[in-house]
Ligand binder design. Structure first.
Ligand code: KG4
Ligand code: ZN
Length: 363
């Protein structure tokens, strides 16, 4: 990008209220990135409650923007563009962000851009490392799981994704089944450390199918069945049982992601003729077993592997500001008629995905 743009980004599509200021010229620089999480508000319900999330976003967005500007040592006069997540996600939350951004745009006359939340995750490797197009991304979190070829800020090809649960959602459900705390991912990973992954024969749904689609719902049900028969046999779960179930479950998820990543890399090479870079993004990318398995697959295919820092893998507004900068530079503009889109697939040509996860609508 030849011109220098300073973008204020807003994010409120799920359970994080976030604002950030990003300056983009040849490289991107995050001047501030503020995130207010809502875990405590939803903890007693075992999942995100959309109405509570929306109210909390509406309450916190103003202060979040103020803090982001303060941290960046900016005022609204230093901002060139306002970018806000306009979907996909929980409608109430997305609306809060869109309305806040519209208010700022109307008050200042600044240009407004509605950003696809998934594009934010997908372009994070450009924000953090300036990765050149095209590249491959695996988004793997509590609400998303898909492989994308990224060719531009509005040019995505979805190679496949989950047809039911996202892996993070499955980690959370398995933790709940085994009486472990939320969020389930880190708890299951810790418990799996002392477990024997081969004790239970757990399924690897769709693993051998020659595409990049995945399914994690049956795996979670298999853990439920194994748990119930252990309880029946021993009158409860022993420490060893819990560890073995966690290890078996984590191994099954790892095997599926490894096999599908291998396939996605092959498709990427055939499709683009480029030497692949694969970036993994989303909360599940924090899992060390999964991360190192993906790193190995990439190495076997002579592909570069990239995992952005965790704070930029999970929901944040810096990624939204960055996409806003790329879109603005490409001539894209929205106006005050911008609306919230609870469903908004990145690749409009690929078939719609099923289900709606605990963390909002999948796209
Ligand atoms: O990206 P994220 O913060 O939020 C969205 O889903 O958008 O991802 C959160 C998900 C949760 O389901 C959490 O259990 C999972 O990522 N997660 C993990 C680990 N850390 C977080 N899953 C597996 N292993 C981990 N270490
Ligand atoms: Zn997200």
């Amino acid at each position: 990008m030849t011109t220098c743009l300073t973008v204020l980004g807003l994010e409120s599509s799920c359970d994080d209220t976030a604002a950030a200021v990003v300056r983009v010229s040849d490289r991107a620089k995050i001047l501030s990135s503020v995130v207010f999480g809502q875990n405590a508000l939803h903890a007693e319900f075992g999942g995100v409650v959309p109405e509570i999330a929306a109210r909390a976003h509406a309450e916190k967005l103003d202060i979040c923007v103020e803090n982001a500007l303060l941290e960046a040592q900016c005022t609204l006069r230093d901002i060139d563009v306002i970018a806000t997540t306009a979907g996909p996600g929980l409608i109430g939350g997305v609306l809060s962000g869109v309305m806040c951004a519209k208010g700022i745009a109307a008050g200042t006359g600044l240009p407004l851009i509605g950003v696809n939340h998934l594009a934010g995750h997908a372009l994070t490797p450009r924000l953090t490392d300036g990765v050149a197009y095209p590249f491959l991304v695996l988004l793997v979190s509590g609400g998303h799981c898909q492989f994308l070829i990224v060719r531009g800020a509005k040019d995505f090809t979805r190679l496949g994704g989950t047809i039911d649960d996202a892996p993070g959602e499955a980690f959370d459900k398995v933790a709940r089944l085994l009486g472990l705390p939320q969020p389930g991912g880190p708890a299951v990973e810790a418990c799996a450390k002392s477990g024997d992954a081969s004790r239970f024969r757990l399924p690897r749904p769709l693993m051998d199918r020659a595409d990049c689609d995945m399914s994690f719902s049956g795996l979670k049900t298999a853990v439920l069945r194994a748990r119930d028969s252990l309880i029946k046999e021993h009158g409860g779960l022993r420490k060893r049982d819990r560890a073995d179930l966690c290890a078996g479950f984590q191994q099954a998820v790892t095997d599926v992601l490894r096999a599908k990543t291998d396939r996605a890399l092959t498709i990427f090479r055939a499709d683009t003729g480029a030497s692949p870079t694969i970036a993994v993004s989303g909360g599940v990318a924090a899992n060390m077993q999964i991360r190192s398995a993906l790193q190995k697959v990439a190495a076997n295919q002579s592909a570069a592997f990239l995992a952005p820092p965790l704070a930029l893998c999970t929901d944040n507004a810096a990624m939204i500001a960055y996409v806003g900068a790329e879109l603005f530079a490409a001539g894209h503009r929205d106006d005050l008629a911008l609306s919230a889109r609870p469903r908004w697939p990145l690749d409009q040509s690929s078939p719609a995905m099923l289900g709606s996860g605990k963390k909002g609508a999948k796209a």
